[in-house]
Design a protein around this ligand. Structure first.
Ligand code: 8IG
Length: 290
């Protein structure tokens, strides 16, 4: 039997040298997600998760109040997960237990579409979350905002998306309805925690460059309000897997050309940092209410 289809290992050079099983076109990504879920169950001692939460940029510490840490493992110990794009930053997978007894899978390792590892790797964490039993997928990201009233550091709900990647995680003639992809029910639950949470339509670009001002105007004319480089493809995979999706963007900067100032990575980092206590409390309260 081909070792790539059965196991990964904990040294980070190993996954690289044997390749990622998702890259084998003959492999079924759902089978690999099922293996990953079994490995997570074995490594955490938690057989079943109820909710999964992907931490995007700016949200790294936002899950710390969600519950008590049960276990934490490097994502690269789990089959199908990719080495992090940023060297020296190992993404982790955590299992937390909320005060009301729910098991929450925290995915701190996101593979972006712009890394060019293919869309299967981009959505593997979502498929794995579904295979652990999670029925609700909470996707978070850092993003640019088109509404001038959104100060950097404002968290907003994602109400819908425009997928500008020209890709899909669905393979073959798989027709999936995306009406209400970002669950209206879950957005209402979020608003029971913070009534004035604004919402917007998220446009996923490939990146990794930021948009030109003309591209931001294009999104505005299309009806979009948020620009980013993740989430839409993951949300589609979550829906395919039968999960309910809740999406949050942390607006860390105004999109290019909306503000007269150029985008500054420094500013993005600073506004993300400043928002940490607010979004941590928000996320913990929302997850408790789910
Ligand atoms: I943070 O302005 C963050 N991520 N595409 N555009 C895109 N992604 C982003 C942006 C932005 N800010």
């Amino acid at each position: 039997m081909d070792i790539r289809s059965t196991s990964c290992c904990s040294s980070d050079s190993c996954c690289e040298s044997v390749g990622n099983p998702l890259d084998n076109p003959a492999a079924n990504p759902r089978d690999i997600a099922a293996q990953a879920a079994a490995q997570i169950a074995a490594a955490t001692g938690v057989a079943h998760h109820d909710i999964a939460l992907t931490l995007g940029s700016g949200w790294a510490k936002a899950a710390d109040l969600v519950g008590e840490l049960v276990a934490e493992i490097p994502a690269t110990d789990i089959i199908g997960f990719s080495k992090p794009a940023v060297e020296g930053h190992v993404g982790t997978i955590r299992s937390l237990r909320t005060p009301n007894g729910k098991n929450v899978l925290i995915i701190g390792a996101r593979t972006h579409f712009y890394e060019d590892h293919g869309v299967r790797r981009v959505v593997h964490s979502v498929r794995t979350a579904a295979a652990t039993g999670a029925k609700i997928m909470v996707l978070t990201n850092g993003a640019g905002g088109l509404k001038e009233t959104w100060e950097p550091g404002t968290p907003v709900l994602i109400s819908d998306h425009i997928n500008l990647t020209a890709s899909s995680p669905l393979e073959g003639a798989t027709f999936i309805d995306l009406t209400d992809l970002y669950s209206a029910r879950l957005r209402e639950v979020a608003r029971t925690v913070k009534a004035d949470l604004d919402e917007g339509i998220y446009a996923q670009f490939r990146g990794p460059h930021y948009e030109t001002p003309a591209e931001v105007q294009m999104v505005k004319h299309m009806g979009g309000h948020i620009v980013g480089m993740s989430t839409a493809l993951e949300a589609i995979a979550a829906r395919e897997a039968g999960m309910e999706v809740l999406g949050f963007s942390l607006i860390t900067n105004l999109a290019a050309g909306i503000s007269p100032n150029p985008l500054s990575h420094q500013e993005v980092m600073e506004s993300g940092k400043a928002a940490e206590p607010v979004i941590s409390q928000l996320l913990a309260s929302v997850v408790a209410a789910l």
